[in-house]
Design a binder for this molecule. Structure first.
Ligand code: C2G
Length: 721
C-alpha cells in the first residue's frame, strides 16, 4: 500500500499539538509522512513543534517566515508531499488509531474517499470501531451532501488526481478556502465512497474569546470570504458547463452548481440575515451580495420561502433602500414568530420590545439566589440589611416557587411574565450567579454580582477542557459577565482569580461575603438552639454536616447533575449514631434524590433547605470535598474533614485546583467511611494536629469577613449612587 502524506498547517495551537501529532504517530497504518507547516506561530508553539518532531522520523517540519494562512500552508504541503495519497488534518484535531488504515483499505479505484467527522469539546473522545465491520457507501448523484460541512478534512485523495487536475486552495480568502479545493475536486472525481467508521475528531474550541479558531472569527470577514468563494466557484463552474463535451459531464457540473446555490442560500438565511439585524451592516456588503444573488439559478431560488424570495427581489436589482425596508419588516416578523413559538421566547420578545423601553424605577432592587432555588446567600443578607436600614427602597425576589420570607418584597416566579417585567423595571439587580444571556441590561441598570464562593476549582477562562453539560460555557459566561457593575470578593486570593478567570475589570467589593455576616453575628448558643428547634434536630446530639459539590461529568442533562452517595450510612449510623446526627446537603445542581428513609433519626436530608449558612451554624463539624463551602465554614473555626474519594480524577481531569489541596486544606483528606469514622471518633486529636494549618488558612481566606460585609456593600452600591 502506498504512502500517505498528512498535511497539517499549524498556527498557535501549542496546547493541542501533542494530542494531534501523537494520534498520527499511533496510527495502525504506518506508511505515512507527517508534513507540519508552521505558519509563523508564536515562539512557544514553534519550539514545541521542534520538540515534537524529534519524536518520529516520519515528521517533516517547515517554518514559514510570515503568516500566510491555511490555504497557502496546505498548497505548500501538497508541493512537498512525496506520498501516493494526501490527507489534510488540522493541528488541534485528532484521530482514532485506525482512521487512515480504514480509508486506505477502501479507496480502491476511487479518487477520493471520505470518513466521518465528529465534533468534540475535549481531548479524550474515543470511537468504538469493530474490526472488519465497515459499511462503505458509494455516493454518486448525492455526493455533494458529503461536503455539507464544506470541509476538506478527513478525506483521502490520490496525489496524482490532485496534481493532474491542478487542485489548489485559494490563498486570497481567509475562510472557506476548503470549498475552493473541494468543489472543483468533486466536479471531476466521479463517485465518492464514504466510510462512517473512519472517524476524525474535530475539536470545537471552548474558548472563542482568547483563542478563536478560524470559524469563530469576525462575522463580517466570514461573510466577505464566503461571498468571494461562492462568486468565483460559481463562475468557474458555469464556464466548465459551457465547455462540457458530454451530457454526463454537464450533469455532473450541474450538480455542483445546484450544490453551490443551495449552500449559498442556506448561508444567507443562517448567517447573513442575522448579521443584518443591525442595518448599518448592510451597506458595506450589499454590492457583493447583489453579485452573488445574480449568479443564483432562479429554479433553486424558487424552492425557498416567500420571505427569502421577497428579500431577493431588491437584492437582484441592487436596490439598497428597498432591501433595508424589506429586511427590517422581515426581522420583526421573525422575532414575532420566534416569540410565539414558546412561552419563554414570547416573554423575552415582550421584554425587549416593550418592557425595556419603559423607565426603570430608581428605588427598586431585584434579587435572585442560586437560580431562584433559594432564599439564601449574599443576596439574602443584603436584602435583610436593606429591609432594616434602607426603607426608601422596594424589593423584588425571584424564586422557582413562592416562599415565606421576611419583609414585603414582591415575589415573582422565575421566567414568568412578571419576572421579565420586574427585571426591566428594577434599577438594581443583585444576583449570586449568572442571569440569562438574553436579558439585555436596561439603560442605567446597576448589576451587583455577589458570586457564590471562594474558588477552589479552576473557573471559566482558567479552565482548559470544559466537561460540563454546556459546551459554550466560556463564550456565554463572557457575554453574561460583561453586564456586571460590581463584584463581591471574599478575600484577596479570590480578587486576583476573579479578575483573571472572569476577565473582569469592573469594581470589586473587597469586604468579605455578606453571606458570612451571620457566622459572626449569630454564633451564640441561644441562636443555635433556636435554629435547631426550627429545623427539627435533636438537641442532645452533635451535628455533622455533609455538603459535597457536583461533578462536571456526571449529569442527566444541562443543569441536572447526578450524585451517588459514597459514604456508608449504615456504618456511620452504627458507629456514630449514639453521639451524632448527620445532615446531608447536596449541591443545588444535583437532581438525584437521596433515599434515606432507613436512617431516620440519624440522617437528615437538608438539600432543599434555603440557607446553608444556618446549617453551618448548627453543625459541630463539616465533611465536604471540593466545594467552596469549607472556605466559609472556616470562619467558625470548627473541624473540617475532606471526603475526597475521587481526588485524582477531580483534580487532574475535571477541573484542576488553585490551591495545593493535599497540603493546604485545614483538615484530613479521607477516602473511605472507615477513615471518616476514625477521624470523627478522634475529632479533638484531628483538630489539634491541624491547628497550624487552620490558622494559616483562616488568615488567607477568612480575614476580610467580620460580620459587616452587607453593610459595607450596601453603602457602596446603593448609598453612593
Ligand atoms: N452549596 C450548598 N450546598 C452544597 C454545596 C454548595 O449550598 N452541598 C452552596 C454554597 O454556598 C457554596 C456554593 O453553593 O459556596 C457553591 O458551591 P460549590 O460546591 O463551590 O460549587 P461551584 O462549583 O462554585 O458552583 O459554575 C458555576 C457553579 O454554580 C459553581
Amino acid at each position: 500500500m502506498g504512502k500517505v502524506s498528512v498535511i497539517i498547517p499549524v498556527f498557535n495551537t501549542t496546547e493541542f499539538l501533542k494530542k494531534s501529532i501523537g494520534s498520527l504517530i499511533e496510527q495502525t497504518y504506518k506508511n505515512i509522512e507527517i508534513i507540519l507547516i508552521d505558519d509563523a506561530s508564536s515562539v512557544a508553539c514553534s519550539n514545541s513543534l521542534e520538540e515534537l518532531s524529534k519524536q518520529d522520523k516520519r515528521i517533516k517540519l517547515h517554518h514559514f517566515a510570515a503568516n500566510m494562512g491555511v490555504a497557502a500552508a496546505r498548497n505548500f504541503g501538497i508541493e512537498k508531499a512525496t506520498g501516493e495519497f494526501l490527507y489534510f488534518m488540522d493541528s488541534d484535531d485528532y484521530l482514532p488509531k485506525q482512521t487512515i488504515e480504514i480509508l486506505i483499505n477502501h479507496i480502491k479505484e476511487f479518487n477520493i474517499i471520505r470518513g466521518q467527522t465528529r465534533k468534540v469539546y475535549f481531548s479524550s473522545a474515543l470511537a468504538v470501531i469493530l474490526d472488519g465491520l465497515y459499511q462503505v457507501k458509494i455516493y454518486g448523484d448525492k455526493k455533494y451532501t458529503l461536503i455539507k460541512n464544506e470541509s476538506v478534512l478527513n478525506s483521502l485523495f490520490r496525489a496524482d488526481f490532485v496534481r493532474d487536475n491542478q487542485l489548489t486552495f485559494d490563498e486570497d480568502v481567509r475562510l472557506y478556502s476548503d470549498l475552493t479545493f473541494m468543489v472543483p475536486a468533486f466536479m471531476v472525481a466521479g463517485q465518492i465512497p464514504y466510510v462512517k467508521e473512519a472517524v476524525y475528531f474535530k475539536r470545537k474550541r471552548n474558548d472563542a474569546i482568547n483563542n478563536p479558531s478560524l470559524s469563530q472569527q469576525d462575522t463580517e470577514v466570514k461573510i466577505k470570504s464566503y461571498m468571494r468563494v461562492y462568486n468565483s466557484l460559481k463562475k468557474q463552474a458555469i464556464s466548465f458547463l459551457d465547455e462540457s463535451e458530454t451530457e454526463e459531464e454537464a450533469e455532473d457540473i450541474q450538480k455542483a452548481l445546484d450544490y453551490l446555490d443551495r449552500h449559498f442560500l442556506n448561508f444567507y438565511r443562517k448567517t447573513i440575515v442575522s448579521y443584518f439585524l443591525d442595518e448599518t451592516r448592510i451597506m458595506p456588503l450589499f454590492n457583493e451580495l447583489a453579485e452573488s444573488f445574480q449568479l443564483i439559478d432562479s429554479k433553486e431560488l424558487n424552492k425557498y420561502s416567500w420571505v427569502l424570495k421577497n428579500e431577493a427581489k431588491p437584492i437582484l436589482v441592487n436596490n439598497l433602500k428597498k432591501y433595508i425596508r424589506v429586511s427590517k419588516r422581515h426581522h420583526e416578523l421573525r422575532q414575532l414568530r420566534n416569540g410565539l413559538k414558546k412561552k419563554r421566547k414570547f416573554y423575552i420578545y415582550i421584554y425587549k420590545k416593550f418592557f425595556l423601553k419603559r423607565k426603570a424605577d430608581e428605588k427598586l432592587v431585584f434579587f435572585e439566589s442560586f437560580l431562584g432555588k433559594n432564599y439564601s446567600d449574599s443576596p439574602k443578607y443584603i436584602y435583610e440589611y436593606m429591609l432594616k436600614n434602607n426603607p426608601e427602597y422596594k424589593f423584588v425576589w425571584s424564586f422557582n416557587e413562592k416562599k415565606d420570607i421576611p419583609g414585603n418584597a414582591t415575589q415573582v416566579i422565575r421566567f414568568s411574565l412578571r419576572y421579565f417585567y420586574y427585571l426591566a423595571k428594577s434599577k438594581y439587580w443583585v444576583s449570586n450567579s449568572r442571569l440569562p444571556r438574553y436579558l439585555d441590561k436596561p439603560a442605567g441598570n446597576i448589576y451587583l454580582q455577589t458570586w457564590h464562593g471562594t474558588p477552589l476549582k479552576h473557573l471559566v477562562f482558567d479552565m482548559d477542557d470544559v466537561h460540563s453539560a454546556d459546551p459554550n460555557y466560556k463564550q456565554h459566561f463572557y457575554d453574561q459577565s460583561r453586564r456586571w457593575d460590581y463584584l463581591s470578593s471574599p478575600n484577596q486570593y479570590s480578587s486576583e482569580i476573579f479578575k483573571r478567570a472572569f476577565k473582569y475589570d469592573g469594581k470589586m467589593l473587597e469586604f468579605g461575603y455578606p453571606r458570612n455576616d451571620i457566622l459572626y453575628k449569630r454564633d451564640t448558643e441561644k441562636e443555635i438552639r433556636a435554629l435547631k428547634e426550627k429545623m427539627g434536630l435533636p438537641l442532645d446530639k452533635k451535628v455533622i454536616l455533609y455538603a459535597p459539590t457536583w461533578r462536571d461529568d456526571e449529569f442527566y442533562g444541562r443543569g441536572k447533575y447526578k450524585f451517588t452517595l459514597q459514604m456508608n450510612l449504615d456504618q456511620m449510623k452504627k458507629e456514630l449514631g449514639d453521639e451524632y446526627v448527620i445532615i446531608l446537603r447536596m449541591h443545588y445542581f444535583i437532581a438525584s434524590v437521596l433515599d434515606i428513609t432507613e436512617y431516620e433519626q440519624f440522617a437528615y436530608d437538608f438539600s432543599s433547605y434555603d440557607d446553608i449558612a444556618e446549617l453551618y451554624l448548627v453543625s459541630d463539624m463539616l465533611i465536604t470535598d471540593y466545594s467552596s463551602v469549607f472556605f466559609d465554614y472556616a470562619n467558625l473555626k470548627r473541624p473540617i474533614l475532606f471526603f475526597m474519594y475521587d481526588l485524582e480524577k477531580y483534580r487532574d481531569t475535571l477541573r484542576g485546583f488553585y490551591i495545593d489541596v493535599e497540603n493546604e486544606v485545614p483538615g484530613p483528606i479521607l477516602r473511605s467511611t472507615d477513615e471518616i469514622v476514625r477521624s470523627i471518633k478522634d475529632i479533638d486529636g484531628v483538630q489539634m494536629s491541624y491547628r497550624d494549618k487552620y490558622r494559616i488558612f483562616y488568615e488567607r481566606f477568612c480575614k476580610w469577613d467580620d460580620g459587616d460585609a452587607s453593610k459595607k456593600t450596601v453603602e457602596v452600591v446603593f448609598e453612593n449612587e
